[in-house]
Structure formats: C-alpha cells, structure tokens
Design a binder for this molecule. Structure first.
Ligand code: ATP
Ligand code: MG
Length: 289
C-alpha cells in the first residue's frame, strides 16, 4: 500500500518534517502486486513539506553525491544502472533528466529517447531496440520513454490488439529479470502530474515562444484519452513493479520536489551498489621520466 496518498502527510502534521519525508520516499515505491489508484496518489509535493528552500539545498548536496557515486561506478566498470522515465505528455521527463544529471560526467551516462518505432524496429520484437540500448558495465543508462510504451501508447490508441500487448507484461518482467541477474540495477520513475498541471504546461508551451517548439498538437488528442492512459499506467505499475526492478510514483507537479525525490532515490540506489574505485597499481619505485 502506498503511504503517500492525498489523505496523508498533510502540512502541519508531524510527518511533514523533511527528515521523516526523506525516509518516507520509500513510500513512493509500488509494492509488488499492489493495487494502484493514481487518482488517490499525490501529484503535488508542495503540501507535503514545510520548507521548500531546505529541499532545494538538499537536492544540490544529493546531486554532488550522485556525481561522486557515478565517478566510482564508471571507474569500477563492473555494474550498471538503468533508469527508466515514463509520464503523460508534459510530465517533465526532459526537465528531470536535465536537472538531476547536471554535472555528472557525460561520458558515463547514455540517454536514449524512444520515439515511435521505425520500420526496421517494427520488423523485430518490441524489446529488440531496447536491449540494444541498455547500459554496459560502468554506465548509467537513462530511458526517456521505454519498452513500456509497448503496453501504453499502443494499447490506448489500439495500435495492436489486447492479445498482443497483454502478454508483454510478463515478457517485460522476464527481460528485466535477465538484466538484473546480469549486473544491472533498475529503477523506474513514473512522473505523476495532474490533468490541471498538464493543461498549464501545454498553455505555457503555446504562449511562451521559447517553449513553443515543444508543443505538439498531437498531445491534445492524447489528452482527450487521459483516463485511458491513467488506466494503462495503473496496469503497468501493478504488473511490472518487482522487488528487483521497482516502479516509483513521483509527485511531479512541482519540479523541485520531483527533482529532489528522483535524485534521492538514485543516490540511495547507487549507495547500495557500493561502487568503488579499482585498486591502484603498485607504484613503489616508479619514476616518471
Ligand atoms: P516530449 O515529451 O519532450 O515532447 P516525446 O518523448 O514526446 O518528447 P516526441 O517525438 O514528441 O517525443 O514523441 C515520441 C512519440 O513516440 C510519443 O508519442 C510516444 O508515445 C511514441 N512512441 C514511443 N515508443 C513507441 C512505441 N513503441 N510504439 C508507438 N509509439 C511510440
Ligand atoms: Mg511529445
């Protein structure tokens, strides 16, 4: 069961304190086979915290730790981290990646954006292009959209029939199990925004000339299918959050809370991975001429 519902952690209660919330970020994790009702889950971190400035400061400190941990992961070159982002349009995938990974050595991070598949990709199984993009030893691989589109957009827009998309949940679990059993840690983030917040963001894209390039009229058609998308996301979260490859639902109406939560979870994951610099060679008696 999720603790972070709209009815808990209200301001003024003792639990809205930063320390407690930091511990409670685990409550954003979907327990295997939990029932998920997105409409009951917070989209807005604002009411959950007393002090936004404290969060912003903590975020900067956490990001420094992320940078340090990634340097070790890269140098060690023995394990890898896969980070998956999914969201409704305007959910903030691009912004999260930009701000959380700012300052991280770009040589060790590979971001892949999954668009509508090409003819060649469609001629293969749906995981073909995905497997090709998973991170190698030492790398953090970031998926901006992912194989989950193959149980989301294709389902909602009826691009394939139910007997094609439904078995994919199990195929995805088996695929992710293959990855985790061969040295990949997986963390998956659903950036959860409200329908009102999406409206605000689309309007911003339309009204702000510097953001207009991001506005896609097709997004308005998808917005009409909001409820169908939410139902598809719920199924995805219920079917594919495992102990080894968990989904987190991130309240994402407020960018600062979203960035903090994502960064915090990544840092905790990397700490558990314990990446370490390789043992240095013996330099006794070595002289550089
Ligand atoms: P932004 O959110 O910044 O606009 P984007 O990820 O939406 O970026 P676009 O080029 O606008 O990028 O859209 C990519 C489109 O590709 C999305 O509508 C997505 O649903 C679609 N897509 C991704 N994977 C698949 C897939 N497997 N099958 C069909 N459509 C897919
Ligand atoms: Mg788009």
């Amino acid at each position: 069961m999720l603790i972070l519902t709209k009815h808990s952690l209200r301001p003024g209660s003792d639990t809205s304190d930063l320390e407690v919330l930091m511990k409670d970020l685990d409550s954003l994790r979907i327990r295997p086979s939990a029932k998920v009702r997105l409409r009951d889950i917070e989209t807005d971190g604002k009411d959950l915290v007393k002090d936004r400035a404290e969060y912003e400061q903590s975020f900067i400190t956490l990001r420094e730790e992320l940078i340090e941990l990634q340097a070790r992961l890269y140098a060690e070159s023995k394990q890898k981290l896969l980070v998956v982002f999914q969201a409704m349009d305007g959910g903030g995938k691009d912004g999260t990646i930009r701000s959380v990974f700012q300052g991280v050595n770009p040589q060790g991070v590979v971001v892949t954006s999954f668009k509508a598949p090409t003819a060649l990709e469609l001629a293969h199984d749906f995981l073909w292009r995905v497997h090709n993009a998973v991170p190698a030893n030492g790398y953090i691989g970031v998926f901006n959209r992912s194989h989950y589109e193959d149980v989301l957009v294709v389902r909602v827009h009826k691009l394939v029939s139910e007997n094609v998309w439904k078995p994919r949940f199990e195929m995805i679990n088996a695929f992710e199990q293959l990855l985790t059993q061969t040295g990949t840690r997986i963390v998956k983030f659903f950036l959860h925004i409200s329908k009102d917040e999406q409206k605000k963001r689309f309007e911003e894209r339309i009204n702000d000339p510097s953001k207009r390039w991001k506005f896609d009229p097709a997004d308005l058609e998808k917005r009409k299918l909001w409820d169908d998308y939410q139902a598809a996301f719920e199924d995805m979260l219920e079917s594919c959050s495992t102990k080894e490859s968990p989904w987190f639902v991130i309240p994402a109406d407020q960018n600062w809370f979203r960035d903090y939560a994502v960064c915090r979870i990544l840092v905790e994951t990397l700490r558990e991975m314990k990446p370490r610099f390789p043992d240095p060679p013996d330099v006794s008696g070595v002289v550089v001429r």
